[in-house]
Design a protein around this ligand. Structure first.
Ligand SMILES: CCCCCCCCCC(=O)SCCNC(=O)CCNC(=O)[C@H](O)C(C)(C)COP(=O)(O)OP(=O)(O)OC[C@H]1O[C@@H](n2cnc3c(N)ncnc32)[C@H](O)[C@@H]1OP(=O)(O)O
Length: 216
């Protein structure tokens, strides 16, 4: 898989952009969702600025995963959106920005959970948390190797995440075994003092005979 690095708004951007990689499959114009918007709270902005500064030394990259697409019918293709980016109202759902720390082979995601992600009253839905974990681990494994599919994801919810709050989602590579990447992930408060969720996942590159995204 080809990844490109480019300078953008003084950031070094690790452009994990399906539009760039797969122009035939994802033909629509990409849109960058990783830039700050008016919905971002103070914590989200401070953390973004912190990691953004680190991009200057080229060991940290901002990962832009923007609009997606589909390889099915033209109708689906024209309507498809990357799940985590499909609600256009800023701040309503998944506000996140993902950085890849090449120095530590680690991904750090700053995630602000919007009001449409409610599960238990006042707190974030477990499926929304798993979605973000899957996004981080899947992107991480793909950056380290080639496009992967999540085969297995184990999630342990340790403490609820208040709706509207900002959390850190950090993933590390535990083990690589052939085309399987074992990634673990922790969701914590931004100061790291509170553990919200832990997860482990196995993300293999699909085999040639797989129905998975050999198209990726
Ligand atoms: C580009 C934008 C990116 C944005 C980031 C978003 C990331 C989102 C990630 C996802 O949500 S992916 C969608 C959810 N996942 C799926 O739909 C996957 C469905 N499953 C499959 O397509 C296939 O089962 C899969 C590609 C995962 C594997 O099929 P293959 O035919 O390629 O391989 P195979 O079945 O031989 O398994 C490969 C290895 O993985 C192991 N494996 C397979 N399924 C497993 C499982 N469930 N648990 C543990 N290990 C598993 C399997 O044992 C084997 O180990 P060994 O090589 O040691 O023999």
């Amino acid at each position: 898989m080809k990844l490109s690095k480019k300078k953008k708004n003084k950031q070094t951007v690790f452009c994990f952009n399906v539009q760039h990689v797969l122009p035939k499959i994802f033909p629509r114009k990409p849109r960058d969702f990783s830039l700050p918007n008016s919905s971002w709270g103070k914590e989200m902005m401070e953390l973004y600025n912190h990691y953004n500064r680190l991009t200057a030394d080229q060991s940290v990259y901002l990962c832009c995963v923007s609009s997606g697409g589909a390889y099915l019918s033209k109708i689906i293709q024209s309507k498809a959106r990357l799940f985590t980016r499909n609600i256009r109202d800023p701040g309503a759902a998944f506000e996140y920005v993902l950085f890849f720390r090449q120095d530590k082979l680690k991904c750090v995601c700053i995630f602000q959970a919007g009001h449409l992600l409610e599960g238990p009253p006042g707190h974030v839905h477990g499926g929304a948390i798993a979605t973000m974990i899957d996004t981080v681990t899947g992107t991480h494994a793909s950056l380290l190797s080639a496009p992967v599919m999540t085969a297995n994801l184990n999630v342990n919810y340790r403490s609820p995440i208040p709706l509207g709050s900002t959390v850190l989602i950090e993933s590390i590579l535990d083990k690589e075994d052939g085309r399987k990447m074992y990634i673990s992930c922790r969701v914590t408060s931004t100061d790291g003092s509170k553990l919200h969720t832990e997860a482990t996942g196995n993300c293999p590159q699909p085999g040639e005979s797989s129905e998975g995204p050999s198209h990726l």
